[in-house]
Design a protein around this ligand. Structure first.
Ligand SMILES: [Fe+2]
Length: 440
């Protein structure tokens, strides 16, 4: 499809539109100074429909954009499709020949590294393994042990090295929990009895527990038959959160009723005595009228001794893509990072032009203002030093006035002072989903 092809769907216009070519460029121009202690690859994935227009932003073929940083230099940029059957056979997600085929992933949602393997993920299918130069190695079913779809948001415990994950489906079993040991072996799968075929985009893990979000976005057959996003908001579906020990079974699940809401992404979760604390980007509703209600940082406290759930809004910035430092995953955090939404409609969607850093100990937020017409993608923390905050925030930023994208590096301890380095990328990077920093 032509870059910026005429169509009315917002996810095919402006910088949501796909790029046409896979390119690579070396020794990229840098303004400012790249921190010499940063050595590794930043990767970010997103939808980049390869043929005709996708039926929803979430349904385009996954393309990964990578930036290699080494010894203060930006060594290369490249973008590559994940070579899934959709790309290799040139077919669409709605082609009947791939219904029920767990290998027919778009791999467009997230990238993680576990047990020295890098996986490109999308939540309705199996993972795809890629290498450090964005080459697809193949589809992964963990020696045949994985029998369900695999979430795009597994959690990796910084203390044990375990990976905790799940898969959901519109067909029973609707949700299955998966636990992997530090070597990447799938050692436990447990069915989780949710109330119906919900869309469960993400979940939470603490040092000792996992939390499932059984929330009212539910599979809708009529939408599925039309080839669009097959999930819809339901006013009749009770919202609840389920807490289970990491090595537990469904018999150990405790459910907490909560007011109606939807959560795509938690920031983090942790144990606090007999309670589990979840900080999340919470929407009061979702897809009633598109994405027009913003999410805010919100804290749930689930008390296992009383069975009661409490919640409070922590901040009033409209946000998405909340992240915590990898070393704090499942542990009590002080800082969190997100990008704003609902700030600047120049891109034809509710995008913001800021990166926000939350200091939850002080109850404050600091903001990196990128300026009108400049839109960050998810800001990823790259650790450098011992403190939770020590390190850098990395984000690909689209500049509408130049129709170009840059890779920005912020000092995570002081994002408001602006980037310490800006790497000019050789082509614009369409708005997408999640990414990661893989230190050497
Ligand atoms: Fe996500």
């Amino acid at each position: 499809m032509a870059d910026g092809a005429a169509t009315t769907s917002w996810w095919l216009k402006g910088n949501f539109a796909p790029v046409e070519r896979e390119v690579e460029a070396f020794d990229l121009p840098v303004t400012g100074a790249l921190p010499p202690e940063l050595s590794g690859v930043f990767m970010r994935t997103g939808p980049n429909p390869a043929r005709e227009p996708s039926a929803h932003w979430f349904l385009g073929d996954g393309m990964i954009h990578g930036v290699r940083i080494e010894k203060g230099k930006a060594r290369w940029y490249r973008n590559r499709y994940v070579r899934t059957p959709l790309i290799e056979r040139g077919i669409l997600t709605r082609d009947p020949s791939v219904f029920g085929d767990k290998r027919a992933s778009t791999a467009n949602t997230n990238i993680i590294r576990h047990a020295r393997r890098i996986f490109a993920l999308e939540e309705a299918h199996f993972p795809y393994e890629i290498d450090g130069e964005l080459k697809t190695k193949g589809c992964v079913d963990f020696d045949g042990r994985l029998k369900t779809a695999f979430t795009a948001h597994p959690k990796i415990c910084p203390l044990t090295g375990e990976m905790l994950a799940f898969g959901y489906s519109f067909m029973p079993p609707y949700c299955v929990y998966h636990r992997f040991d530090r070597e990447g072996r799938l050692v436990q799968s447990e069915e989780i009895p949710v109330g119906g075929p919900v869309m469960m985009h993400d979940f939470c893990a603490t040092r000792t527990k996992v939390v499932f979000m059984d929330l009212p976005i539910v599979f809708d057959m009529a939408s599925a038959m039309q080839g669009g996003m097959p999930y819809k908001w339901s006013d009749d579906y009770p919202a609840r959160l389920g807490v289970m020990p990491r090595e537990g079974t469904a018999r150990n699940l405790k459910w907490f009723s909560i007011p109606y809401c939807y959560v795509f992404h938690p920031l983090n979760a942790y144990d606090d005595g007999e309670a589990v604390v979840l900080d999340v980007a919470r929407y009061e509703k979702m897809w009633v009228k598109g994405f027009d209600v913003p999410a805010h940082l919100h804290r749930f406290r689930l008390d296992l001794s009383t069975g009661l759930a409490r919640s409070e809004q922590l901040d009033d910035h409209p946000i998405e893509f909340p992240r915590v430092a990898d070393a704090k995953a499942g542990l009590e955090h002080r800082y969190g990072y997100a990008i704003t939404t609902h700030g600047d409609d120049e891109a034809g969607f509710n995008l913001g032009s800021e990166i926000v850093k939350f200091d939850l100990a002080r109850g404050s937020a600091s903001v990196a203002r990128l300026g009108k017409g400049r839109f960050p993608s998810e800001a990823v923390h790259a650790a450098a030093g011992k403190g939770e905050d020590d390190g850098y925030l990395l984000s690909i930023v689209y500049d509408a006035s130049r129709n170009a994208s840059d890779f920005l590096v912020f000092d995570a301890t002081d994002i408001a002072k602006g980037p310490v380095a800006t790497v000019a990328l050789p082509q614009r990077v369409p708005f997408g989903f999640h990414g990661a920093w893989f230190a050497d």
